[in-house]
Design a protein around this ligand. Sequence first.
Ligand SMILES: [Zn+2]
Length: 283
Amino acid sequence: MPELPEVETIRRTLNQLVVGKQIEQVSVHLPRIIQLPEEIEEFRLLLEGQRFHTVERRGKFLRFLLDDFTLVSHLRMEGRYGLYDKLDPLERHTHVVFHFTDGSELRYKDVRQFGTMHLFPKGRELEEKPLKKLGLEPLDEDFSLEAFKAKVAKRTTKIKPLLLNQEYIVGIGNIYVDESLFLAGIHPEREANTLSAKELAELHQAIVSTLQDAVAAGGSSIKSYVNGQGEIGLFQHQLKTYGRKGEPCSVCGHAIEKTVLGGRGTHFCPNCQPLKRKRVRKA
Ligand SMILES: [Zn+2]
């Protein structure tokens, strides 16, 4: 599943591919991708003639800003966009096609069919579901240490599920929560209200730097690419704990452990991230 840095990378790539293009018409091959408006015909008619101004992001949602509307798109598990020529054969699992006046097409493919699209009058999308109740945006200037503390410091919930709750902070996602907690030396099962001021500050910094590094790595480790078919893909990224069960910790050499927390696979170093607040580090 693409997480915030991946969606940000996809957003930047899409911005280069579609801004300025005008929609001639839209084809919808799988109606249930379109959540709003209810009538597919209305979705198609509203988009005709609209031009793409910019592509923005809120959490893991892409926001395509058009002349009069905003298209809100969530890729979920396997949704992907690609820019094609209209003569390119339509591949399997292509569910929505935006036909542009210049003969190119933005195609949405989704093998798992979990992705969603909502169309709103421009600006309205922030006041309604699914964007309305979203929490702090961790890559925004507003994500200050004070704002972070106000959201988490007094909660009795375990820190990892709390960081995954989109009503508190958006888009960090399973992989980067594990990486951030590792960097801050905090066990994923610690209760949020047991974290010291220093630990909260380290965790805040770890979240910001983990996400920023991942976005910056758009150049090397999760770099997006556009293949011959115009499809946007992503390279794999370098991770310190996630997916490394049994491998030596890069800091202390202890084996990385894996557990299940709140239904999510959770990776941590029991030495660098003790459940009791005492960090022991070997040289
Ligand atoms: Zn370690």
